[in-house]
Every structure is written in structure tokens, then in C-alpha cells.
Design a protein around this ligand. Structure first.
Ligand code: UT7
Length: 327
């Protein structure tokens, strides 16, 4: 059997929030945001759009590229920290939208590393269960719904978006698209989290008044940990796969901060021309970010068969992970 990326899709909502717009909302300025983060603008979902609505457009595009209807999906995995509901899973909501009646469905929570985690889970499942011919992996967030728009430390960073990948076991001899993965985690729940809304601090009038349903992040600490974790996981992965950094066509890092992206590329010895960046347009879309990059690459005619892509992510948990793809 060989496991192929058969389709990709992505979607960002229409409304653009620029740095100039943010200057009117909190005490910040375009220069600070650009130089500290690399972000110029980000997208915001409409009030009536939930995460599954963003995801559905990305999924539709991925299914079209794959050339299969939703009814041929055998599993749906959705990576998100902004599900439509605590339950049912956003994966089940997508199943209904696409008539994916024979799929099993679940959400996976690994924050910004969610898509990388989900791709590796999907790969592992497909390698051990030949009955799984098509698996849909989604990374989608309406992250604006958990951003405190009065907190300049976080509100300038995030944006909404969605991405989808259709994996196929084509039953043929030959190499896999996903060659290898290296996932990691280090429980550190305080550094990057949403304090309330779960069983520890259920929603209450007090939790709402104290703005505990929004993302809180110790930015500087997270920055250092992110660079170190992504670099070492990429190095371990490349070593294990016997691939040199110089062979990587594109490093596709989670788009959290341009300075992090640049540092990871430099430390791996991968030049700027081979590092994919779109943070300037979308900000940090959490679990969607790497998938949006992948879809832009797939549709932009920049990739040739055989090209190596190195995906690497870091997020709350803390979690991290890297995946090596041969296109
Ligand atoms: O996706 C999950 C993983 N997330 C990440 O990896 C994000 C990691 N962290 C970061 O990207 C960066 O730490 C930030 C962009 C969040 C912050 O950049 P920084 O260079 O680490 O700045 P800082 O937090 O050390 O703050 C520097 C100064 C502070 O002022 P004082 O205390 O030096 O007077 C902040 O209050 O910048 C101030 N500041 C701002 N100023 C203007 C913080 N946010 C803003 C803002 N506009 N939006």
C-alpha cells in the first residue's frame, strides 16, 4: 500500500482586520506588530460562522481536488481548540454536512500542533488498518471567539481560518507522501491556556466578568520554548529519516511569529527562500496554519513530485511535532 496526499483545501474568512484597525482598539501600533511578529493583517469570521462552517469550505475544496465525495471518507479527524461545541465533536458536525456516513469521527486537541498530530494519527491508523482508504484531516479555528480584544499582548496575534487534507491509501506499490513524524509534549498548562470553561473552572458570571474564557499566554517564555522544541524535533526527524536539511524544498513552520519562523530556519540551516511564510496575511490561525500553507503550496505550482516538505509546529499543552513529506 502507499499513502498519498490526494487533496488539500483551505479557507480564510473575508473580513480583514489590519494593524491600523487594531490601533483603534488597543494601545498598539503597526510598527510594533510588524517588527515583533511579522503580521500585517488577519481574517475574522462573521458572527454567524462557526469553526465547522470555515472547515466545511476547506473540506469541499480538498474533496474536489481529491475527486471523491464525502460518502467515500472512512474517518474524519478535526484538530481544533475552538470546536463548535464542547460536544459533539466538530468532526461529527462535518460528517453530517458531507454525508460521510461510513466514517468514524473525532476531534483531536493539541492546540497549534493539532494538524501535525492529526496527520500522524491518520497515517498510523491507515498503516495498521487497510480498510481505511480515505481519511480527512482538518485543522480549523474560529480563534477570534476566544481572543480578548482588550488585551494587546494577545489580540494582535491571532486570526481565523481552516484547512483540510485528504489522505488516500491507493493500494499501489510505491512510497508514502508522509515519510515520518516526530511528536512531543511537555505538560505545562499555565503558560498558554484558556483558564475557564472546562471542568476545572466551569463558566460562571464571575469567570465571564474576569475574562477567563480568553487565551492567556506568557509570550516571551513561549517564544523560547517554541524555537527550541521545533528545531530539535526537526533535527531528530531528519536524522532518523536520513535526510539533510539542504534537501528540504520547503520548511513549513507553524505561523506564530515571523521571528520564531526565521530562527527555526536559521538554526536548521534552511535558507529564507526555502521557508514558507504567510503570517503577514493571516496571523496565527492555530491548528489551521500549517494546513493553509500546505494548500497554498499545493495550488501554487511551487512543488514538484519528490520534493521534501518539513512541517513543524508548536502550541499549548505544551505540544510540538514535525512531519516529513515527500510530495
Ligand atoms: O501559537 C502558539 C505558540 N505561540 C507562540 O509561539 C508565540 C510566542 N511569543 C511571541 O510571539 C512573542 O513573545 C510576542 C509577539 C507575544 C511578544 O513579543 P516579545 O518580543 O516577546 O515582547 P514582550 O512580551 O517581551 O513585550 C515587550 C514589550 C512590553 O512592554 P514593556 O514591558 O517592555 O514596557 C509589552 O507590554 O512590548 C509590549 N507589548 C506591546 N506593545 C505594543 C506587548 N504587546 C504589545 C502590542 N503593542 N500589541
Amino acid at each position: 500500500m502507499s499513502l498519498k496526499i490526494k487533496g488539500t483545501g483551505s479557507y480564510v474568512p473575508e473580513q480583514i482586520l489590519t494593524n491600523a484597525d487594531l490601533e483603534k482598539m488597543v494601545e498598539t501600533n503597526d510598527e510594533w506588530i510588524r517588527t515583533r511578529t511579522g503580521i500585517e493583517e488577519r481574517r475574522l469570521a462573521a458572527p454567524e460562522q462557526a469553526t465547522s462552517d470555515l472547515a466545511a469550505i476547506a473540506v469541499q475544496r480538498a474533496l474536489e481536488m481529491a475527486g471523491i465525495p464525502g460518502s467515500e471518507l472512512d474517518a474524519i479527524i478535526v484538530a481544533t481548540i475552538t470546536p463548535d461545541h464542547i460536544f459533539p465533536s466538530t468532526a461529527c458536525i462535518l460528517q453530517q454536512k458531507f454525508g460521510a456516513v461510513r466514517a468514524f469521527c473525532f476531534d483531536l486537541e493539541a492546540a497549534c500542533s493539532g494538524l501535525v498530530y492529526s496527520l500522524e494519527v491518520a497515517r498510523s491508523l491507515m498503516k495498521t488498518n487497510a480498510a481505511l482508504k480515505h481519511v480527512l484531516v482538518v485543522g480549523a479555528e474560529k480563534i477570534s471567539s476566544v481572543v480578548n480584544w482588550e488585551d494587546r499582548n494577545t489580540c494582535v496575534l491571532f486570526g481565523d481560518g481552516a484547512a483540510a487534507v485528504v489522505l488516500e491509501n491507493d493500494g499501489q506499490e510505491g512510497g508514502d507522501s508522509i515519510i515520518a513524524a516526530k511528536l512531543g509534549a511537555e505538560g505545562n498548562p499555565e503558560i498558554l491556556h484558556i483558564p475557564a470553561g472546562g471542568s476545572r473552572n466551569p463558566a460562571s458570571a464571575e469567570s465571564v466578568a474576569n475574562k477567563q474564557h480568553f487565551i492567556q499566554m506568557a509570550g516571551r517564555d513561549t517564544f523560547k520554548l517554541a524555537v527550541n522544541a521545533m528545531v530539535s524535533s526537526c533535527r531528530d526527524l531528519l536524522d532518523a529519516a536520513g535526510v539533510e536539511a539542504s534537501q528540504i524544498r520547503y520548511l513549513v513552520p507553524h505561523q506564530a511569529n515571523y521571528r520564531i519562523i526565521k530562527a527555526v530556519g536559521q538554526r536548521l540551516g534552511i535558507g529564507d527562500d526555502n521557508v514558507y511564510v504567510n503570517i503577514n496575511r493571516y496571523g496565527n490561525t492555530s491548528a489551521a496554519s500549517i494546513g493553509i500553507c500546505l494548500d497554498e503550496l499545493a495550488r501554487g505550482q511551487q512543488l514538484k513530485p519528490g520534493d521534501y516538505l518539513l512541517l513543524t509546529a508548536f502550541g499549548g499543552g505544551l505540544t510540538w511535532g514535525s512531519i516529513l513529506i515527500r510530495w
